[in-house]
Design a protein around this ligand. Sequence first.
Ligand code: ADP
Ligand code: ADP
Length: 231
Amino acid sequence: MNILRVENLCKTYGNGGARVEALKNVSFSMQKGEFAAIIGESGSGKSTLLNCIGALDTPTSGKIYVDGQDLFSMKEEKRTIFRRRNIGFVFQSFHLVTELTVEQNIMFPLLLDYRRPKKEELEEILEELGLSDRRSHLPGQLSGGQQQRVAIGRALITKPRLILADEPTGNLDSENSQEVIGLLTQASRRYQQTILMITHNRNLTASVDRVMRVSDGILTDLGGNADEKLS
Ligand code: ADP
Ligand code: ADP
């Protein structure tokens, strides 16, 4: 089953002389439980692609279906709720709320949705991420690796079908990077979540099911075992 389907996606920024075609007719699908990496040079369109799929940016043309739902045919209000329930985000710079504790940060998406956090689910996530003894800490009291684990917890708490990660290991050392990838892999297996991750780290592309490359707004699917083709 396709959790994500992108069809002929185009994104053009600006107008007149300063136009940038950031995405040129991008099409691909992802299945339930699949973990894919997007690679490509800086400025090639990776973040634009992820931001469109996450409805943080609006495509110029083309279609994006998440779990069969046409994301941009929804009214904005519905799209916001749909995104909150079905798409989890992990960013390079964590984006935690500095005034809230670890526990409160993780539960934040549920509160936005007026849903009561299930105690067992929170405990399970804290345990899985090795944050049980840090639950009352503020982000400023944590290392970068710990902060990213909190951000992953926040992405997982709603059990979204799709997780989008924009260079989640960009600010981490190699040990913490491997750990973050391990946690994402574990999550994708456990709940059959689909993960799409931008990375510059070639060491990490070996751990995913599939690699896609974006080059000057054009996406090429390198499939599995992409390391042999990347040289
Ligand atoms: P990457 O994530 O691969 O570094 P981006 O998706 O950030 O690439 O950028 C792709 C192209 O689109 C670049 O030329 C960038 O300058 C341009 N771009 C991205 N966002 C904007 C924006 N909000 N306004 C104008 N141009 C943008
Ligand atoms: P990344 O490290 O993901 O490549 P960038 O520093 O390229 O991030 O861009 C950060 C954000 O700034 C992007 O999400 C994009 O929306 C915006 N951006 C990038 N390029 C431009 C641009 N030329 N003009 C306006 N906004 C831009």
